[in-house]
Design a protein around this ligand. Structure first.
Ligand code: 3EB
Length: 341
């Protein structure tokens, strides 16, 4: 395969392709802005690995982020980043080294915000968070809840929105390794989208932890050449603020699809770009490997066996941020249009 490059210098593109396609330099002209490789360690320096096991024998896939300009790279504390002057892609892998996950998360996000300043891309568009042992106790508080405390503190200290206007994000649990954060930033603040079926995560009651999570359900960003990107955060079987169908992976998958449909519809009302489930490039995270066939089956029943959604999907094993959640889906899509002013 060959990567399409953006028409204008300030534009951004994203393409999902087999990771192997980058190992053949003939197919790759100049290296992209960066890539997220699912289920694989980072290969060239511009690739960030998402260290969650691939499911069901799929080929290793990656999302390649392509931009028009000349690329500079840099480092801000633990954050490594690449920018073309318009867009940046960064990654942080921070070992806790006994400091506790709250402190490590605060430190990681402090470096993330420093990276945005150093690279000259002040507006966070999308964040991918991977936490080792996310549901384990971290000394009286679940580790995901510790992460939420450190993350929110760092957002506040950096002057970034923790309620309306928070970036789209996902937060998954991995078995081992470092706290891993991947992030995309640009020049203009994206338009945050909420899900009318769900309480905004940043308004979750304190029963879910002393500090709420800092993310919007989705975000829309004009990415140049008349295209608008939709970034959908990790989406699960939550209605209001409660987990529904706690012990039923099939029903959780159906509920997650309902939430995705509602987000796609809400996003289509915020500009002239029209989104449909079939346009999404999803990552499906399954807590129990043994549930994978059932999740695939339910998606095929709901969407049709040849659905584009299924053709585009990457399946990974990961823990979800609540013990009772068995599946979570995040996605992006790109469509022609402009945002409403
Ligand atoms: C939820 O809806 C499920 O902490 O950044 C989804 C997406 C979830 C992002 C985050 C958490 C996060 O609350 C969990």
């Amino acid at each position: 395969m060959r990567f399409g490059t953006p028409v204008s210098a300030s534009a951004l593109r994203v393409q999902r392709a087999p990771l192997a396609s980058i190992l053949d330099p003939a197919t790759l002209g100049t290296p992209p802005l960066g890539a997220l490789a699912y289920g694989q360690p980072a290969q060239p320096a511009w690739v960030s690995g998402v260290d969650a096991p691939l499911l069901a024998g799929d080929d290793a896939m990656a999302d390649f982020w392509l931009s028009g300009g000349r690329i500079d790279s840099g480092r801000s504390g633990a954050a490594h980043w690449r920018t073309d002057g318009h867009w940046m892609l960064g990654s942080i892998d921070l070992h806790e080294d006994g400091q506790g996950l709250e402190q490590a998360s605060e430190a990681a996000y402090r470096d993330l915000f420093q990276a945005l300043r150093d690279a000259g891309c002040p507006q966070l568009q999308r964040v991918w968070n991977y936490l080792p042992r996310i549901n384990e106790d971290g000394g009286g508080l679940e580790r995901y809840r510790q992460f939420n405390m450190g993350r929110q503190k760092a957002f506040i200290d950096a002057g970034h929105a923790v309620y309306e206007g928070a970036p789209a994000a996902c937060a998954l649990g991995v078995q081992r390794g470092a706290l891993s954060i991947r992030f995309l930033a640009g020049q203009r603040a994206p338009l945050a989208i909420e899900n009318p079926r769900q309480v905004s995560a940043y308004r979750y009651p304190s029963a879910y932890g002393p500090r709420p999570p800092t993310f919007s359900r989705a975000a829309l960003a004009e990415i140049g050449d008349g295209q608008v990107a939709l970034f959908i955060s990790g989406t699960a079987s939550i209605v209001g603020h409660a987990t529904v169908h706690p012990d039923d992976v099939a029903e959780q998958t159906r509920e997650t699809l309902r939430n995705l449909s509602v987000i796609v519809q809400a996003a289509s009302e915020r500009g002239s770009a029209r989104y449909e489930l079939g346009m999404l490039h999803p990552v499906v995270y399954v807590r129990h490997v043994a549930d994978t066939p059932r999740v695939r089956e339910v998606l095929a029943e709901a969407l049709g066996p040849d659905a584009d959604f299924l053709r585009h999907a990457v399946y990974l094993q990961a823990d979800i941020c609540r013990q009772d959640l068995l599946v979570e889906i995040e996605a992006h899509a790109v469509a022609s249009g402009v945002l409403h002013a």
